[in-house]
Ligand binder design. Structure first.
Ligand SMILES: [Cu+2]
Length: 205
């Protein structure tokens, strides 16, 4: 009988170790190239909510390498200018692939039509119409550095990571494009620009 209990305890230990490895394998699951990544991670929306309060124990998916076109325009400084009377309008939608590995505006990064360059003139009054057909929360803004999503320029923010656009919502923001240079329009929810919601916003003289 003693032997039987020994086998049972070994079986339980093996099951626990295997279960632990499977759990870790899934939580650390990293999308490789185009391969999809099956994961038991909680739904992305919940991750975003957690991320806005505490980043310490939130696992953020590894960013897909950015294919945002490199621009030869030097980075802008973010200065403001008076409006020149010219009006420009654009429409952008927040898109996420079904496996949550790729994000983007109008299409997911790497796909045709994703993150189109927006080129305006300094002083233009720019209206961006935004829609969120994705299943996650988003917010919009123009920044100098997409890795610093909190420094939104020219009152161009639509919603914020703390009070984001919900799935199915739409809206618009109007602002005056400032001093010339290369800027980025991004989703300001932490992690979303790195995952692909990052486009060139070029201000010409
Ligand atoms: Cu977003």
């Amino acid at each position: 009988m003693k032997f039987r209990w020994w086998y049972v305890s070994m079986g339980v230990t093996a099951a626990l170790v295997l279960g632990g490895m499977m759990y870790l394998g899934n939580t650390l699951c990293v999308p490789v190239e185009q391969m999809s990544c099956t994961s038991f991670l909680p739904l992305e929306g919940q991750m975003v909510k957690a991320a806005s309060t505490d980043n310490s124990n939130v696992i953020v998916p590894t960013p897909v390498p950015s294919t945002t076109k490199t621009s030869t325009v030097p980075a802008g400084t973010g200065g403001t200018v008076p409006p020149n009377g010219n009006k420009m309008e654009y429409a952008l939608s927040f898109q996420i692939s079904s496996d949550f590995s790729k994000y983007g505006f109008n299409s997911t990064i790497g796909s045709p039509g994703a993150n189109p360059d927006i080129t305006v003139h300094s002083g233009d009054t720019v209206t961006v119409h935004l829609s969120n057909p994705s299943k996650s929360f988003h917010a919009f803004g123009i920044v100098i550095d997409p890795q610093n999503p909190s420094s939104v320029l020219w009152n161009s923010a639509f919603k914020t990571p703390d009070n984001p656009m919900k799935p199915g919502e739409s809206g618009k923001v109007t602002f005056v494009a400032g001093t010339p240079g290369l800027y980025h329009y991004i989703c300001t929810v932490p992690g979303h620009a790195e995952l692909g919601m990052d486009g060139n916003f070029i201000v010409e003289k």
